[in-house]
Design a protein around this ligand. Structure first.
Ligand code: GAL
Length: 397
């Protein structure tokens, strides 16, 4: 018996070590105030002006959504490895704080700013200040609106993210627009109205599915067909959970079957999946889409709770941003020619993204669909590894 207890203790200790290891290597844990606070501390630690070098100011929206932890970490590593000093700030999804954080970085004299906006409409004045001081600004992932202080936009093809989700539904159910013999019920969950990307994701998915909606093959029992009706402020998991609980209570409690929950990203998919698990009695497992390849969602994909996620390699996004920033800091005016010096596949786009002051030239990376069947492709990027039990994925790093 003693031996058994000793053995169990040893197992527990080893598991504990493994857990510690994975936590240390994973991007900082989800949104506790403490995590956000430490990020702010990290940011406010005076920019260590690199000897003769240049300083890069990086503004990320929040630590409470997994992907931005990865973005911040990859950007910081890329720029530091290239010899820049880095000032990295997370602004707790608070627009005023992000304005302050960026103003502080301008005051610190950063040479270039890389900004993933919390609210694309709210940075105009602060970024105009950057422009006056001659500090170039790269709009990172989310387009910043209403300021000509933005030199470039680096992102993924955001509309295609939604198209991939819609196409996944069509392929998985084998939909044929001329075959109305089988019908399905679908509900949409979209993102934050303050995030310029959110509309692109929703429209990409909705436009792709519209022919099937028009043909009566896909029905939306809630009648919530517009972005505004299904938007989720701050991309909040809790709000997505509540909204889906309300939808289920109002339109599905009579046994109506839900076949598809089309969610724009993983943080909302997490809430929707919880609502379905706790409040849905239809007996089937609805298709749930997502975006980002967050660790919790990849686990749900393994467990069959979430069906797919659209993966965006944010390490590549950071790499493209570095090459672009280097060219800008050398005084060049990058264009399509820059593509040949990028390590990742991207398109140079001078048509799609108008921020209200004109078109912002954009470098757009390529998103792809991840399901249970191609999780190994994530491992092959070198950014993920199987956990000790070879069941779930965790981040490397
Ligand atoms: C979007 C981003 C997505 C998702 C979402 C919530 O702007 O493009 O990848 O992470 O924000 O953070």
């Amino acid at each position: 018996m003693k031996k058994l207890i000793a053995l169990l203790l040893a197992v527990v200790m080893v598991l504990g070590l493994v857990a510690c290891g994975s936590e240390a290597s994973a991007p900082a844990a989800e949104g506790s105030a403490a995590a956000e606070g430490s990020a702010a501390a990290e940011g406010s630690a005076a920019a260590p002006a690199a000897e003769g070098g240049q300083t890069v100011g990086i503004a990320m929206p929040t630590k409470s959504l997994e992907r931005w932890n990865r973005d911040g970490e990859y950007l910081k590593n890329e720029f530091e490895a290239a010899g820049y000093a880095v000032e990295l700030k997370y602004s707790d999804n608070d627009t005023d704080q992000q304005n302050n954080d960026i103003a502080n970085m301008i005051a610190d004299g950063v040479d270039i700013l890389i900004v993933a906006a919390i609210d694309g409409e709210s940075l105009t004045n602060t970024l105009n200040e950057a422009k006056e001081k001659g500090i170039p600004v790269i709009s990172y992932d989310r387009l910043i609106m209403n300021t000509d202080a933005i030199s470039y936009y680096v992102s993924f093809d955001n509309y295609t993210v939604g198209v991939l989700q819609g196409q996944f539904v069509i392929d998985t159910l084998g939909l044929d627009v001329n075959d109305t013999s089988k019908t399905y019920n679908i509900e949409f969950t979209a993102g934050d109205p303050a995030d310029n990307n959110a509309g692109y994701f929703f429209n990409g998915a909705f436009d792709t599915l519209k022919p099937y909606i028009d043909a009566g093959i896909l029905n939306i029992p809630s009648g919530k067909t517009t972005f505004e009706q299904v938007a989720t402020p701050s991309w909040s998991t809790d709000t997505a959970l509540e909204n889906m609980q309300n939808t289920l209570a109002s339109y599905y409690s009579d046994g109506t079957i839900l076949d598809i929950a089309l969610c724009s990203n993983d943080s909302t998919a997490l809430g929707v999946a919880q609502a379905i698990q706790s409040d849905y009695n239809g007996g089937n497992t609805p298709i749930i889409t997502g975006q980002d390849g967050d660790i919790a969602n990849l686990a749900n994909v393994v467990d069959g709770i979430q069906t797919m996620t659209v993966y965006k390699n944010v390490s590549d996004e950071a790499g493209v941003t570095l090459v672009l920033a280097q060219a800008i800091l050398k005084g060049e005016t990058p264009d399509a020619g820059l593509l040949s010096s990028l390590k990742a596949e991207a398109a140079y786009d001078t048509e799609s993204y108008d921020n209200g002051t004109g078109i912002i030239p954009s470098y757009l990376l390529v998103p792809w669909t991840v399901t249970k069947d191609n999780l190994q492709d994530l491992v092959d990027t070198g950014l993920y590894q199987w956990d000790a039990a070879n069941k779930y994925l965790e981040t490397v790093g």
